[in-house]
Design a protein around this ligand. Structure first.
Ligand SMILES: NC(=O)C1=CN([C@@H]2O[C@H](COP(=O)(O)OP(=O)(O)OC[C@H]3O[C@@H](n4cnc5c(N)ncnc54)[C@H](O)[C@@H]3O)[C@@H](O)[C@H]2O)[C@@H](O)CC1
Ligand SMILES: [K+]
Length: 466
């Protein structure tokens, strides 16, 4: 599990840790970790340009530059403001023999030490020019703690920001490195402990990882299990116009942990679904979770019927247009940005620019868990607990991918996972399956459903003795 902390949490933990290790101890730990990553990523005959801002972020970068110079790396340093650069760091870099330059030129490797957690989002002046140079010249960029210019607490990027290939972040991840456009600017994340971990309060948000299977070991059936104990998921999806959504949602559900899939819908659609997936039982009956809406008909009745059953309910697509004013925490809503914008009566671009507060607002307003689909899918519980998904590929922007996700998440719900965990695990494995599919290039959504069982198996099995 990857945990992310807001700036004020990091600051408070730093204060406590500094009483033990000293401020210089923290900075040296950060600089050492950063220098190690740079030494691993940059070829020994290349020159690294270190961009240095006015605060401690620049201090980290300067001490790392000194360490790299000492190890024989060629380092160019560009200071944003000579007068404000970290004094001791500057002296160390000078002493180690780093070269000082006025501005970026032809360097192919860059360390972004302009701004870290002390920054206001958006860059101006020379910092913005240097970020533009990075965008145009596309060097390999290693960001120090955060890419400069992003909103560290929320992932917004209101103006220019540095685009990094990898971000070496200290003490713990930050929400802005995981969410929204900030996440896209961060690239790969390397979290380095600097001795503040034991001083941190509860994370602001978390990301499940593929190594977290042990938390879900109870999903693996045991010798006493039977199809009903594994869970029955009921699906009401598809329509004459979108029959494929029914197939894809069922395929997603069958790829999950449920022991049985029920399908409810018009007679002809039921027949078609059972023709393709003979294990499916058609017609209403007892279920442990409902999935309603993918490609569905524009009718409030299926939503009402599912909510009347006292089991977890996933509402997707057309079902989201028939929400009662208040739901309950075991309901999982799965909108994309456009659907959430309609639900909240705001513009889609507003949701895309700052997704987290919009997902939180919807979760609070409906008292339901909200899974907001996007490049970084968010799952937010009514009490604000948030899981961010970091798996996936842009090829996942393909018709039907959401139908598979809904079925798969519903399957996990029927096996007893709570809405937050089911949403987070479904998004993680759905993204991982898509990454696997993308190894062969673009793929149709049904490939995700085909790969999900093996991705789920790989996730669970290494942690479980069979
Ligand atoms: N988290 C940790 O435990 C540690 C953090 N350290 C480093 O310290 C950094 C924080 O240092 P600081 O608090 O000095 O903050 P920063 O170095 O992020 O920047 C603060 C400075 O930038 C100016 N500034 C902020 N936003 C600006 C903008 N948009 N345009 C122009 N100027 C702007 C401020 O006035 C201030 O002078 C962290 O990001 C990290 O790199 C390490 O040194 C030690 C360990
Ligand atoms: K930075």
């Amino acid at each position: 599990m990857l945990s992310a902390y807001r700036v004020e949490q990091i600051r408070a933990a730093e204060e406590s840790a500094a009483r033990v290790h000293g401020w210089d101890g923290l900075m040296q730990a950060a600089a050492a970790a950063l220098a190690d990553v740079v030494a691993l990523r940059v070829p020994s005959d290349a020159t690294t340009l270190v961009l240095v801002g006015p605060g401690n972020n620049g201090g980290d970068a300067l001490f790392a530059a000194a360490r790299l110079s000492d190890r024989g790396h060629r380092v160019d340093i560009a200071l944003l403001d000579h007068a404000k650069a970290h004094e001791a760091g500057l002296a160390a870099a000078r002493h180690a023999g780093a070269r000082f330059v006025e501005a970026p030129s032809d360097q192919r490797y860059v360390v972004d030490g302009l701004f870290g957690i002390g920054a206001r989002p958006g860059l101006e002046g020379r910092a913005a020019q240097w970020a533009d140079w990075v965008r145009d010249e596309r060097p390999y960029v290693i960001a120090v703690d955060t890419p400069s210019g992003i909103g560290v607490d929320d992932g917004t990027v209101p103006g220019t920001a540095v685009d990094a290939d990898v971000t070496v972040t200290f003490g713990g991840a930050k929400p802005g490195l995981l969410i929204g456009r900030g996440a896209l600017a961060s690239g790969e994340l390397v979290v380095c402990g600097v001795g503040i971990a034991e001083h941190l309060s509860d994370p602001a948000c978390e990301a499940l990882e593929l190594g977290d299977g042990a938390r879900f070991a109870h999903l693996v059936p045991g010798p006493e299990s039977h199809k009903y104990s594994r869970g029955v998921v009921g699906i009401e999806a598809g329509s004459p116009e979108y029959a494929g959504a029914a197939h894809l949602c069922v395929a997603g559900a069958q790829a999950g942990t449920a022991g049985m899939v029920r399908f409810v819908g018009q007679r002809e659609l039921c027949d078609r679904v059972v023709d393709r997936a003979p294990e499916v039982v058609a017609g209403r009956g007892h279920v442990q979770a409902w999935v309603v809406g993918p490609g569905g008909i524009d009718d409030p009745e299926p939503v009402r019927a599912a909510l009347d059953d006292d089991v977890p309910v996933l509402l997707d697509a057309t079902a989201l247009t028939h929400l009662p004013p208040r739901l309950r925490p075991d309901v999982l809503l799965t909108p994309h940005a456009g659907e959430l914008a309609r639900m909240l009566e705001v513009e889609r671009v507003e949701v895309e620019a700052d997704p987290w507060p919009h997902a939180r607002t919807a979760a609070r307003r409906w008292d339901a868990t909200v899974l907001l689909k996007g490049p970084r899918t968010l799952v937010v519980a009514p009490d604000g607990r948030t899981m961010v998904n970091t798996s996936g590929t842009s090829w996942l922007a393909t018709a039907g991918a959401g139908d598979v996700l809904a079925g798969f998440a519903g399957s996990l719900l029927s096996s007893g996972l709570d809405t937050l965990s089911a949403g987070a695990l479904a998004a993680l494995l759905h993204g991982a399956a898509a990454e696997r599919a993308a190894l062969a290039g673009p793929f149709p959504a049904h490939h995700i459903a085909e790969l999900l069982p093996s991705v789920l198996g790989d996730f669970l099995v290494p942690t479980v003795a069979r």
